[in-house]
Design a binder for this molecule. Sequence first.
Ligand SMILES: *Cc1c(COP(=O)(O)O)cnc(C)c1O
Length: 413
Amino acid sequence: MAGRHFLFVPGPTHVPERIQRAMQRAMIDHRSSAFPELPLSILRDLAALFRTRSGRAFVFAATGTGMWEAALTNTLSPGDRVLALRYGQFCHNFAEAARRLGFRVEQIEIPWGEGADPARIEAALRADRAHEIQGVLVVHNETSTGVRSDIAAVRRAIDAAGHPALLYVDGVSSIGSLEFRMDDWGVDLAITGSQKGLMLPPGLGILGVSAKALARVETARSPRSYFDLRDQLKHNATGYFPYTPPLSLLFGLREALDMLLEEGLDAVAARHHRLGEGVRRAVRAWGLETCSRGPEWHSDTVTAVMTPPGVSGASVIDIAFKRYDLSLGGGLGDVAGKLFRIGHLGDVNELMLLGALAGVEMAMADAGIDVQLGSGVAAAASWYRESVPDVRAESDEPSAAKGERQRGAVART
Ligand SMILES: *Cc1c(COP(=O)(O)O)cnc(C)c1O
């Protein structure tokens, strides 16, 4: 097909040219005296991305799934109890990983379309008088349903129960896109990967570990080898890795962090909110519902659109891909076939998204959904016009000069 493929699954996301170019480099010696500069700057800026001062960042050749394992095995001992919340497929898989690794999982079921319920967490922890539960497992942004949970409220619930459990947060589809505050929210283990908000190809697992969780790394008795943070700590201290790191991805990660910190983390979150709101307005204009059941749950990185009875989400996805070269996400687990998902995270802007929404409308009409072509695009376009950030509207300088000024003005966090 001519033209660009429209990749609008919620990961892997579009890799910007700046990152593609940064990765196109010859290999270097990862044991040379010049190497440490790269990892040391990356680990420092990842801590800024997680918004932690007291915690540490770690990078593995892996994916988000690998980081579940790294987080759990480095902080728990065989047979330890954990509390997991289940409101989507990634919650389900996270709990399943804990079970397979030999931990005892107590699960709280929450309707898919809603998110973490702090009151139920508090009640479960209060009931655990002996403080046997060692960890609480939550997914910040449940990618399968397009639901974002309030992690600060989860931390308040744990503290209100006076419970010492660690807080494990899967931030794979939020970190680098949505507001994420490891220290302020008391997150002990922050889990992410490279191919979503970080705009990179898949292949990196990235972990944030609080000071409290780092202390557990020494006492945890779970077997671990590749993911042992003690090896990383020893080598990372001088800017090296215990084994060969994925160099191309590190070159790309350096560039991705530059891009995010130049834009500013608050501006990145604001951009995602603006883009996500446009998609939600499009869904409303189509007369359809999101899987997310209320504004308090709406995700700014992925929107799951419920298809009307009789039309499978899978048929919309199939038509979008075959006829319009547009990739959308499918329904997973309990919501398989009932919805399709639009990813709007990473290197995305208004016009890219309006193109994708036009493709969604055509595919829905082809699949037999009664939708007026242009209705969602018009609703999103109106919102994008009325919500243009001031910094772009305020002057008519040539755009290159404006870009320079904007970049200079943004403080690096
Ligand atoms: C994508 C995703 C994962 C899994 O990441 P992989 O890179 O496929 O291992 C885990 N959790 C969430 C919330 C995700 O969106």
